[in-house]
Design a protein around this ligand. Structure first.
Ligand SMILES: C[S@@+](CC[C@H](N)C(=O)[O-])C[C@H]1O[C@@H](n2cnc3c(N)ncnc32)[C@H](O)[C@@H]1O
Length: 218
């Protein structure tokens, strides 16, 4: 494990702001994620989003009025962007700074947990899974969505085509999704290997053309 908590360069400063600008326009991705969480998390649930980045999903979940939402991200810039966005939206989300593999929460705190487009970046993936299990209450569920390592070029191109961003941003995003990001990501079998010793009561790893969908239950 490295100390910094993530693989590659940090998502701070200009890089975080560039990511935020691109993703603010791709609202449909977050709409799908909100729907997936709503199918799984009971009303009144305390929900943790691990690595929320600019905070769209957490804010949309809190705006439903059905959940108490906490976000934990290692990037100071993203925590600041997310806090500002929540304030602007008038929606209460507790955005905290911290590492997925050393979470600042008590055992058995959350009723549901979600983590999107981030897991592949964690430098201590098993440590992060152990922490996810620790902070979930017994019987509670979690959902991890992330790029699959063996994603096809066609699946990447179809996803980028849906994104509402400028030509240069699209080119960079396509390059990232076709080259260095899959190298950090996991196949279904690799993810099952990571999960095997963590002690979740049950788990399932499904594949879509673009992503792995990992369902967890403590
Ligand atoms: C590609 S962004 C995804 C953000 C958001 N989930 C989304 O779907 O737009 C990856 C996020 O993971 C965060 N991250 C990376 N390593 C982390 C760690 N060890 N603990 C917490 N957050 C981490 C980054 O700061 C960044 O916000």
């Amino acid at each position: 494990m490295t100390d910094k908590g993530y693989k590659g360069i940090s998502m701070e400063g200009a890089l975080a702001r560039w990511y935020d600008a691109g993703n603010a326009k791709s609202a449909s991705r977050y709409d799908e994620q909100v729907a997936m969480v709503r199918q799984r998390a009971p009303k009144g649930a305390r929900v943790l989003e691990v690595a929320p980045g600019p905070g769209h999903l957490s804010i949309a979940l809190a705006a439903t009025g059905d959940y108490t939402v906490t976000g934990l991200d290692i990037s100071e810039t993203f925590v600041s962007i997310a806090r500002g966005r929540a304030l602007e939206a008038g929606v209460p989300v507790d955005f905290r700074l911290g590492n997925a593999s050393a979470m600042p929460f008590d055992d058995d705190t959350f009723d549901f947990l979600v983590c999107c487009a981030a897991f592949k970046n964690f430098s201590d993936p098993v440590g992060a899974l152990r922490e996810m299990r620790r902070v979930l209450r017994p019987g509670a569920a979690g959902l991890i969505l992330d790029l699959r390592k063996d994603v096809s070029k066609q699946a990447v191109d179809a996803d980028v085509a849906r994104m509402r961003m400028g030509t240069v941003s699209k080119l960079f995003t396509r390059l990232a999704l076709r080259s260095f990001l899959p190298r950090r990501a996991y196949t279904k079998a690799e993810f099952e290997g990571l999960l095997s010793g963590v002690g979740f009561g049950s788990y399932e790893v499904r594949q879509t053309p673009l992503t792995l969908e990992v369902e967890l239950r403590k």
